[in-house]
Write a protein that binds this ligand. Structure first.
Ligand code: FE2
Length: 133
């Protein structure tokens, strides 16, 4: 399969559930790239799956960080809410009939840069010390 982003083992944060969700998000982003030429409905359906998994992931991660006494949890929560808002804004924009549509490349860049690179393997990785199972 042609991959847009590749998972490396050193992206692991050391918690099996969080790693599994991160890996799944990578897979879904790759799937988004793979179906880039398919119908808008199909792509939106997949984007909603990413939204659903990301919400679940934020909930689980916040629970784990709180359990392990993360001092920085409020700012991490804030980052999660910000990304969730961006995702729902993209979905709203794509559902609009006239104009306001984000281009497909902008969506892919958001997923790759903001979600995977800056958050999952950036911010989340920095919180690794509070992610022990
Ligand atoms: Fe996070």
């Amino acid at each position: 399969m042609e991959k847009f982003v590749v998972w490396h083992d050193n992206y692991s944060v050391g918690h099996p559930l969080i790693d599994e969700q991160h890996l799944k998000l990578f897979e879904l982003v790759n799937k988004m790239w793979k179906i880039r030429k398919e119908s808008k409905e199909k792509r939106m359906h997949l984007f909603k799956q990413i939204e659903k998994l990301f919400h679940l992931h934020c909930r689980d991660e916040e629970r784990i960080l709180a359990k392990n006494g993360c001092k920085d949890i409020e700012s991490h929560r804030h980052e999660h809410r910000k990304l969730q808002k961006q995702i729902s804004k993209i979905l709203d924009s794509c559902l609009e009939k006239d104009g306001g549509n984000k281009t497909w490349m902008e969506i892919m860049i958001f997923l790759m840069q903001d979600l995977l690179l800056n958050h999952l393997i950036g911010d989340d990785k920095k919180h690794q010390q509070w992610m022990s199972p």
